[in-house]
Design a protein around this ligand. Structure first.
Ligand SMILES: *Cc1c(COP(=O)(O)O)cnc(C)c1O
Length: 433
């Protein structure tokens, strides 16, 4: 793994120049200074650089070429413009609600390219998609019964996969979902019974399996071990079912660096490691024709997003410098450290219109909410900044607005725009009234 220097401000600046580019004092997105975008559309705003999403997609699809197809996990960022960009690149999607299904269809994704997971799909959701979907990933016995009844009533055959909660195998994700009790999918120990139930339902066509063992994994060896386990489970399911599988969905979870000192996934190593998995697939006749799917969210869109906020006040309180901004945890819960993080560390953060200001001094950057939870950075190195200046949080394209308590304190939703090669596509404009 490549390790950047453990210096937060150096890390943020390195990400900025590598991913977006800097011209003089300005951080660019899609070739446009963030300062100009902020002046034009107002803050707070999320800016997504379409070129970065494309680059990440192509790098991953290239590394997995001939092994797996990439499906974008829409929950990372459901903006239609982003789904459309990834569809145009060749990605399928993975969704987890009827709302995401509709977003994907509105963005032009074909029904057969949509995979539907989620632990509590309602009868309404299942009924709405049953006639036009790539696969529904079954996660409970109630869901099997529910979908069986719907398939009979609509007189359709629904392609399904069994979501398996794997026994403890590879470790390493920040949030692990394998080996422990979990509401997601069926425990691996129970798959024989599950396969029996699915096969006894005439309207359900058992196509494959789905595993998702953890998120934010930065070690390719961990991913490869999980995928290897997924193939073992697939073979077992195919043997119990006594017929070949069409799909093996190995999940998402590919990580990105957030903090100084974080490694990065090594796609070249990941790609080399696939040789063994290919051999393993060849050794299982019932998996020979299976399509492999990988369904990342964060990896594709996380690095492309920048959250830009404007400073409303700068003050010193008992020796600590506070920068008080119009943006905060109501738009970006993850950056505030309140989205399940055990240790609160600062996301990469910088002053996007003061890129050449040199050494800064420590600042605590907070938002407009009346709670100390609303802190975007605790020890940022920032130049001298005052009301009217900007701050920018990098690595903010995944689990940003969509994973934030946007109703808390009743501020407007942030503007969201997609930029690429000087072109701007508006996703949402903040209602400033
Ligand atoms: C959230 C989720 C993903 C995407 O996870 P990332 O860590 O963003 O890659 C993929 N599959 C399922 C089932 C999910 O719930």
């Amino acid at each position: 793994m490549h390790r950047p220097e453990p210096d937060p401000s150096g890390f943020a600046n390195a990400l900025a120049s590598r991913q977006f580019g800097v011209a003089g004092a300005d951080l660019l997105a899609g070739g446009i200074p963030l300062r100009e975008l902020a002046a034009r559309y107002g803050t707070p705003m999320f800016v997504y650089d379409g070129g970065v999403i494309r680059r990440n997609y192509r790098a991953l699809a290239g590394a997995l070429s001939g092994f797996a197809r990439v499906h974008y996990s829409v929950k990372a960022n459901p903006a239609a413009a982003i789904i459309r960009l990834l569809r145009d690149e060749g990605a399928g999607v993975e969704i987890a609600s009827l709302g995401e299904y509709r977003a994907a269809r509105a963005a032009g994704v074909s029904p057969e390219d949509i995979l539907f997971a989620g632990p509590a799909k309602s009868a309404h959701e299942l009924e709405s998609v049953a006639g036009g979907i790539g696969e529904i990933h079954l996660e409970s016995f109630e869901e099997i019964d529910r979908l069986k009844a719907i398939a009979a009533r609509l007189d359709v055959t629904v392609p399904v996969a069994i979501r398996v909660n794997p026994v403890a195998s590879a470790q390493g994700g920040a949030m692990r979902m394998g080996g422990k009790p979990a509401p997601f999918g069926f425990d691996e120990e129970t798959i024989a019974e599950v396969v029996g139930q699915v096969q006894s339902a005439p309207g359900l066509d058992l196509c494959g399996i789905h595993l998702f063992a953890g998120t934010q994994i930065l070690d390719e060896a961990v991913l490869l071990a999980q995928w290897r386990h997924g193939i073992d489970v697939a073979e077992r399911v195919a043997d119990i079912a006594a017929h070949p599988l069409k799909t093996i969905d190995l999940g998402g979870g590919l990580g990105i660096p957030y903090f100084a000192g974080d490694g990065e996934l090594d796609l070249a190593k990941l790609s080399r490691g696939l040789a063994l998995l290919r051999q393993r697939l060849k050794s299982a006749p019932r998996l020979a024709g299976a399509r492999i799917v990988v369904e990342p969210g964060r990896f594709l869109v996380g690095p492309a997003g920048i959250y830009v906020a404007g400073i409303n006040a700068a003050k010193i309180s008992r020796g600590i410098r506070f920068l008080i901004t119009d943006g905060g945890m109501h738009h970006h819960l993850a950056a505030s450290g309140n989205l399940g993080q055990v240790i609160k560390r600062d996301y990469p953060i910088l002053a996007p219109a003061r890129m050449n200001a040199g050494e800064g001094s420590p600042a605590t950057i907070v938002g407009p909410l009346c709670t100390p939870l609303d802190t975007l950075a605790r020890k940022a190195e920032m130049p001298d900044l005052a009301a009217g200046d900007l701050i920018a949080v990098l690595q903010s394209g995944a689990y940003g607005r969509t994973a934030s308590p946007v109703g808390f304190l009743s501020h407007p939703l942030p503007s969201e725009i997609l930029v690429e090669n000087g072109n701007i596509e508006i996703i949402h404009l903040r209602d400033a009234s």
